[in-house]
Design a binder for this molecule. Structure first.
Ligand code: G1P
Length: 300
C-alpha cells in the first residue's frame, strides 16, 4: 500500500483569532518561528508523502507564497551567510509537490475533502488538519500508515480526552480493542454531548483514508444541512461494511485552532529550544514573584 498524498484542509475563517485573521490566514499563525501549517506538512513529508493538496479559500494566498521559492530572499541570505535560517522550508519545497483547490463556500470539513476527488484517484491517502500539531519522534501520520498497511483499511488518529471535553471532537464507539492502542471502530459521533459520548477517544486530525470515502461523502452530501461532516461520511463507510480502525497516536498534540492551545504550543516549543528556554523560565518566575509581591508592576 503506497501512501504518497495528503489533503490539508485550510479553508476555515479562523474567527477565534480575529482581528488577526481578518487578513492573515490562521494557518499562518507563528508557532515558534514557523507558521502553524508548516508542522503538518513537515509531518507528512517525514512520513514519506511527497504530494500535498491544500484546500484553501479566499485570502489564503500567503499559504501558497510560503510553500514557493523566494529567489531574492535566498540571494540576500546567502550573501549574509544565513541561508540556514530557511533551510527547513527550502528542503520541504524541494522534496514536495504542492497543489491547491479553492473551496468557495464554508460547507464543512467533509465538503473540503470531497473537493480533493480529482487528486485522490483509487488510492489510500492521508488527511492532516493543520489546527492539530502533533510532535512525536515517529510522525503521527507514519504511525497511522503502518496500521493502515497492516489492516489494509482506513485508520484515524485518536487521543483520550477528559470527559468534559468530548463535545469539541469527533468521538468513536469501540467495536473491538485489538492492542492497547489499536481499536476497531463500531461507529462515530461528531461533537456529542457529554452524556451521549460513546467513549472519550477523540479524533485528533490525522486520517489514512480509503478512496471509498469519496463515494460516502457524495452520498451524505444529499442529506447534509449546513455542513458536510467527514465524521458522518466515515460512519457511512462503516455501514457499507468497510473496516475502520482507530489508533491512539503517540506524541504531544496541540490544538492551535484555539488561542489557549496556540499559546501552549508556543510556550512548550519555546521551552524545548536551548536559546529561549532560560528566557521563558525567567519570565515566568518574574511573573510569579511580581504576582505575589507587587501585582501589576511587572518588568518585561
Ligand atoms: C474536526 C473534526 C473532528 C475532530 C477535530 C480534531 O473538528 O470534525 O471530528 O475531532 O477536527 O481537531 P473541528 O475542530 O474542525 O471543529
Amino acid at each position: 500500500m503506497e501512501i504518497t498524498k495528503v489533503v490539508i484542509p485550510a479553508a476555515g475563517l479562523g474567527t477565534r483569532f480575529l482581528p488577526y485573521t481578518k487578513t492573515v490566514p490562521k494557518e499562518m499563525l507563528p508557532v515558534f518561528g514557523k507558521p502553524a501549517i508548516h508542522y503538518s506538512v513537515q509531518e507528512a513529508v517525514n512520513s514519506g508523502i511527497d504530494n500535498v493538496l491544500f484546500i484553501t479559500s479566499r485570502n489564503k494566498e500567503l499559504i501558497s507564497d510560503y510553500f514557493d521559492a523566494a529567489p531574492e530572499l535566498d540571494a540576500f541570505l546567502e550573501n549574509k551567510n544565513k541561508l540556514h535560517e530557511i533551510k527547513d522550508i527550502k528542503q520541504l519545497i524541494k522534496s514536495t509537490h504542492f497543489s491547491y483547490i479553492r473551496q468557495s463556500e464554508p460547507l464543512g470539513l467533509g465538503h473540503a475533502v470531497l473537493m480533493a476527488k480529482p487528486f485522490i484517484g483509487k488510492e489510500y491517502f492521508a488527511i492532516a488538519l493543520p489546527d492539530d500539531i502533533i510532535m512525536s519522534k515517529n510522525p503521527a501520520l507514519n504511525q497511522l500508515i503502518r496500521i493502515a498497511r497492516q489492516e489494509k483499511a482506513t485508520v484515524i488518529a485518536v487521543k483520550e480526552v477528559p470527559h468534559d471535553q468530548v463535545s469539541a471532537y469527533g468521538v468513536i464507539r469501540i467495536k473491538k480493542q485489538i492492542t492497547p492502542n489499536l481499536f476497531q471502530v463500531d461507529s462515530l459521533v461528531e461533537k456529542p454531548s457529554i452524556k451521549d459520548a460513546p467513549s472519550n477517544l477523540a479524533i485528533v486530525g490525522r486520517y489514512i483514508m480509503s478512496h471509498k470515502i469519496i463515494a460516502s461523502l457524495e452520498e451524505m452530501s444529499s442529506y447534509a444541512t449546513s455542513e458536510l461532516q467527514l465524521t458522518d461520511a466515515i460512519g457511512h463507510m462503516l455501514q457499507q461494511n468497510e473496516k475502520v480502525f482507530a489508533y491512539k497516536v503517540e506524541g504531544t498534540r496541540y490544538d492551535v485552532g484555539t488561542p489557549r492551545g496556540w499559546l501552549k504550543a508556543v510556550v512548550d516549543l519555546g521551552l524545548q529550544d536551548p536559546v529561549y528556554k532560560q528566557d521563558i523560565l525567567e519570565l515566568v518566575q518574574q511573573y510569579n514573584q511580581s504576582f505575589y509581591l507587587k501585582p501589576r508592576e511587572i518588568t518585561l
